[in-house]
Design a protein around this ligand. Structure first.
Ligand SMILES: Nc1ncnc2c1ncn2[C@@H]1O[C@H](COP(=O)(O)OP(=O)(O)OP(=O)(O)O)[C@@H](O)[C@H]1O
Length: 441
């Protein structure tokens, strides 16, 4: 029985001192275990300080391994030194390309970074070429060394990569631009390693004058980094001694990613609080690791994706699981249609599916490979998913797309995981039976 005179809210938190430390990507006061990368970065940027032209730098490596944090720190130190020594330097960014879906929008963002708030370019009204003219003019007006930092460059639309990653850093040498005085350097950051391979060689050699690779962290390194954040985030003495090593070991096995480690600690703390405990135990941490992957995907389903992108994502996962069937655009569209019918009954056209898959690919959730169809001619795309299909299905079940998960998905997953697909008599795609492979409700 609940006594309605009592107030159920607690005014103190026995576990966390500052939970937001674990949630946000703020610039840390200390950077751990990146001495080699910092040294390479220093050598690449030092030319500016000693009076040479800036180099272009390409930073790459998986997600959550300090690329942005180290870049911000290097930027601040470079600005400090330039001011101290009187070297003319303007730094633009980091600008996250993920936030700008077209070349126009990204070029506008760069122009506006130079301009004061009362003189911003509007989001439409000019041609993209004209916006580039504005950009070159701003660079010339700034003069001296202009260092442009672009984060998540794999999100630049493919047909605009030349403009930003090749033409822009070489604009001072291009007679068609007004630039005579400024020297441009570009820092491009990417966490999509496949993206690197598909860059045109001339783009790769321009951008990659200096390449710095950030690898995943190992368990010991993650342990040190997580200790630093846990110290700020948790109240003194609430973590049992195994908690940080467990979170570090788990993240090291998965992706070597600090963000994931921080998420595990946050979740473990929340579980302890829900239990009404004043210490976070290794059991809480184990439990947190079990759900962390699913929780990350659930955030995509519920927050980051539009409903049609989310349904395409689920359809792509089903297509990948399917026995004896490649996850082609056509097949994904068929499955998407069934998913959409069971959720919203409004199905978008097949043309749209290309767009949705492209957007999922930009978010790093699916990957595509182009296949040549040989003598028949033509090409097609076959898709794969980056996360474990079990986690995707589990997340879909916890999400508002629960109704769209076929009731026989566990059976199909078992085939997929046990590689029994070859023994499974998969029906022909053109066959009516194939349509009924999945049991949608
Ligand atoms: N060596 C480190 N020392 C201290 N904090 C770190 C270190 N590496 C990463 N972090 C922290 O981990 C979080 C993620 O790092 P960061 O944003 O730099 O990753 P990233 O490699 O740029 O990832 P993405 O490619 O997803 O943007 C941030 O809170 C960052 O401060």
């Amino acid at each position: 029985m609940t006594d309605l005179d009592e107030n159920p809210f607690n005014t103190t938190d026995p576990i966390f001192k500052q939970k937001q430390i674990l949630k946000k990507d703020e610039m840390p006061d200390k950077i751990f275990h990146r001495d080699d990368e910092i040294q390479q970065y220093t050598i690449a940027l030092e030319d500016i300080i000693v009076g040479h032209d800036p180099n272009n730098v390409f930073i790459y490596g998986p997600t959550g391994v300090g690329k942005t944090a180290v870049t911000l720190w290097m930027r601040n130190k470079l600005k400090e030194k330039a001011a101290e020594t009187g070297v003319p330097l303007n730094v633009v960014g980091p600008i996250n390309c993920r936030n700008y879906k077209s070349a126009y929008a990204l070029a506008t963002a760069l122009v506006n970074d130079f301009r004061p708030p009362d003189d911003q370019l509007p989001n439409s009204g000019y041609s993209t070429d004209k916006v580039f003219d504005f950009l070159y003019q701003e660079i010339e007006n700034a003069g001296g060394n202009v260092l442009i930092i672009l984060d998540e460059i794999d999100n630049i639309p493919p047909d605009a990569r030349n403009d930003f990653l090749y033409e822009l850093p070489r604009a001072e040498a291009n007679e068609n631009t007004p630039i005579t005085d400024a020297k441009i350097g570009l820092i491009g950051i990417s966490n999509d390693l496949k993206f690197v391979d598909v860059l045109e060689p001339k783009v790769k050699s321009t951008l990659g004058e200096r390449e710095i690779k950030f690898g995943p962290y190992n368990a010991n390194e993650l342990n040190d980094i997580l200790e630093y954040y846990a110290d700020m985030a948790f109240k003194d003495g609430v973590l049992e001694k195994d908690v940080i090593p467990l979170a570090a070991a788990f993240s090291a096995q998965e992706r070597g990613d600090v963000r994931q480690g921080k998420r595990i600690l946050q979740k473990a703390g929340e579980l302890a609080r829900m239990d009404g405990k004043e210490v976070v135990t290794s059991e809480h941490t184990h439990e947190a690791t079990e759900t962390v992957e699913t929780d990350e995907i659930l955030d995509y389903f519920e927050q980051d994706l539009t409903s049609h992108q989310a349904m395409t994502y689920l359809a792509a996962a089903l297509a990948v699981i399917e026995p004896k069937q490649e996850a082609t655009t056509k097949r994904i569209y068929k499955l998407y249609s069934s998913v959409a019918e069971s959720v919203v009954s409004r199905v978008k056209s097949e043309r749209k599916i290309y767009e949705f898959l492209d957007q999922l690919s930009m978010q790093g959730l699916v990957r595509s490979a182009e296949q040549n169809l040989g003598r028949e001619g033509g090409r097609r795309y076959v898709y794969d998913i980056t996360d474990d299909p079990r986690d995707i299905i589990e997340a879909a079940r916890k999400s508002s797309y629960n109704n769209a998960v076929p009731s026989n998905v566990d059976e199909m997953l078992a085939y997929y995981l046990e590689e029994e697909a070859s023994e499974y008599e998969a029906p022909d795609i053109s066959d009516q039976h194939q349509e009924n492979l999945w049991k949608f409700t």
